[in-house]
Design a protein around this ligand. Structure first.
Ligand SMILES: [Zn+2]
Length: 426
C-alpha cells in the first residue's frame, strides 16, 4: 500500500515570544507555522486507554521527545495536547495563547523538533541524546527521549539537566526595567520563547555529541556551550523568511544597519535577566539615550572576559559578523540591479519584489551559516575545546564539503574571528 503520510505536521507558534504579539509593530510577524517532520505521536489524553505505563499523563510523545507537563509549584499535571485530534490537525495546531498550557506543550514540541531537524539536515544522521550513566556493570543506558517540562520551575530560569536528560522551563512574574516595555507582574513563560527553547535543545544535542563539553578544562569550554546554543537559536530564527521581510523592508536591505536586527535579538533578553547574552553579543543599549548601537569590537575581551555567557557572546558576535558580510556580498548584485548600477538605493520604500528577494537571500545565508556551524561540531576535539578549535573545525568541515570558496564564506569567518583575536592554536 502506498504510504500517504503527510511530510509535515504544521503547528502554529510564536516566531519570537509572546511579548512581540503585544507590540503593534511586530504583532503581525510573530505567528508562524512550524513545519515539523511528520512522526506518529502518542498522548495520554484519556480518550484511549494507555497500554504503556511510561506514557501515563504525558504527551506529545514522539521518537525524540516526551513532554511532561507537571507543574510542581501548584502540584498540577496539565492535560496533554492531542496533536492528532482532527480539529487541531485541520487548523495547523492550536492558536498561540499564553493562557493555554496545551499550546505551551505544542510550542516546545514544535521548536525542539525544528532544532533537531536542523542538526540532522546538517549532519546527515540522527540526533542521539547523551546516555545515562549507571553504577554497576552496565554503566550506560540508552536514552531514547529527551523530556521536556514546560512548567518545571517558578523562577526566571530555563535549563538543560544532563542528569535528568530533560529540559526544564520556568515561568515568573515580569519585573521589567522600564514599565513601557512590559506589564509589570505579568507572567512570562520561558517555554513560549523560540530562542530559549532552541537554546536549551541545543545544549542537550551538544551534550549528546560531546559529553566532555560540560567539563571546564579551559575558560572557553562552558562559554562555547552557551555561545553555540545562542548561535543555533539566532540563525534558526533568521531562516524564517517571513520574519525577515519586515526587518529588511525597514532597514532597506541593510542588515548591518542592525537597528531592527538588533531589536530582534534584544527580545531574547527582555524576558529573563540573565539570558541576555545574545542581545549583548550584537549591540549595546545606551541607558541614557535609550538607543541601541552595534557593539564595538574590543580585542582584549577574549583575554579578559571569563564569565561563560559574556565570554560566549564574543564567539556569537564573531559568527554574526561573518553572517552579515556573507549576506552583503551575496546581495550586492541585487542592490546594483535595483539602483541602476550605483549600489545606492533611491529614497523611499523598497519594491516588494526586492524585499522578497533580499529576505530569501538572508534566509539562505543564515541557513548556510547554521549548517557550517553544526557540521563543525564533528570536527571539534572531544575534550578541551577552544574558540580557535571551533574556527578551524568550521573551515575544515566546509573544505571537506565544498572545495572552492568562491563566495568567500570561509574568508568572512576567518576575518571576523581575527578581529577578536581568536586563532586556532597550533
Ligand atoms: Zn545556556
Amino acid at each position: 500500500m502506498k504510504n500517504n503520510k503527510p511530510p509535515y505536521r504544521k503547528l502554529k507558534g510564536y516566531a519570537f515570544d509572546p511579548s512581540l504579539s503585544q507590540q503593534a509593530e511586530t504583532a503581525n510577524i510573530n505567528t508562524i507555522v512550524y513545519k515539523v517532520i511528520w512522526e506518529d505521536l502518542y498522548v495520554d489524553d484519556k480518550t484511549i486507554p494507555v497500554t504503556d505505563e511510561r506514557f501515563q499523563g504525558k504527551g506529545p510523545i514522539g521518537e525524540y521527545l516526551e513532554v511532561v507537563d507537571y507543574d510542581p509549584t501548584v502540584q498540577k499535571l496539565y492535560e496533554p495536547v492531542n496533536l492528532n485530534d482532527n480539529h487541531i490537525l485541520a487548523q495547523d495546531g492550536l492558536s498561540p495563547s499564553e493562557s493555554n498550557p496545551q499550546f505551551h506543550q505544542q510550542m516546545v514540541y514544535a521548536v525542539a523538533m525544528t532544532t533537531i531537524r536542523n542538526f540532522e539536515r546538517a549532519l546527515g544522521r540522527k540526533v542521539i541524546w547523551s546516555s545515562r550513566r549507571l553504577l554497576g556493570p552496565a554503566y550506560e543506558e540508552y536514552v531514547q527521549r529527551l523530556r521536556i517540562y514546560p512548567h518545571a520551575l517558578r523562577e526566571a530560569n530555563a535549563y538543560y539537566s544532563p542528569q535528568k536528560k530533560a529540559l526544564l522551563f520556568g515561568y515568573f512574574s515580569s519585573t521589567p526595567a522600564d514599565i513601557t516595555l512590559q506589564m509589570p507582574g505579568s507572567l512570562v513563560f520561558t517555554c513560549l520563547s523560540h530562542d530559549i527553547i532552541a537554546h536549551e535543545t541545543t545544549h542537550a544535542i551538544l551534550d549528546g555529541m560531546h559529553r566532555q563539553y560540560n567539563n571546564p578544562t579551559n575558560p572557553d569550554v562552558l562559554a562555547f556551550h552557551e555561545a553555540f546554543s545562542d548561535i543555533i537559536a539566532l540563525f534558526q530564527h533568521f531562516t524564517f523568511p517571513d520574519v525577515l521581510k519586515k526587518q529588511i523592508a525597514e532597514t532597506r536591505g541593510d542588515l548591518s544597519a542592525q537597528n531592527q536586527l538588533g531589536k530582534l535579538a534584544q527580545q531574547f533578553g527582555t524576558a529573563i535577566g540573565h539570558y541576555g547574552s545574545l542581545r549583548d553579543a550584537i549591540g549595546d543599549f545606551d541607558k541614557e539615550t535609550g538607543k541601541w548601537s552595534p557593539k564595538k569590537i574590543n580585542p582584549n575581551d577574549y583575554h579578559n572576559v571569563m564569565e561563560p555567557h559574556a565570554r560566549g557572546s564574543i564567539l556569537v558576535a564573531a559568527v554574526f559578523e561573518a553572517f552579515i558580510n556573507i549576506y552583503k556580498n551575496q546581495v550586492a548584485d541585487l542592490l546594483r540591479i535595483a539602483s541602476n548600477g550605483t549600489g545606492i538605493l533611491p529614497q523611499g520604500e523598497l519594491h516588494p519584489d526586492l524585499v522578497n528577494r533580499l529576505a530569501g537571500e538572508a534566509a539562505k545565508c543564515a541557513g548556510h551559516v547554521l549548517q557550517m556551524c553544526i557540521r563543525a561540531i564533528d570536527y571539534c576535539p572531544p575534550v578541551d575545546i577552544t574558540f580557535g578549535d571551533f574556527l578551524r573545525a568550521i573551515i575544515t568541515a566546509d573544505i571537506d564539503l565544498i572545495e572552492d570558496d568562491n563566495r568567500n564564506y570561509r574568508l568572512f569567518f576567518i576575518d571576523a574571528f581575527r578581529k577578536r583575536g581568536i586563532y586556532p592554536q597550533v
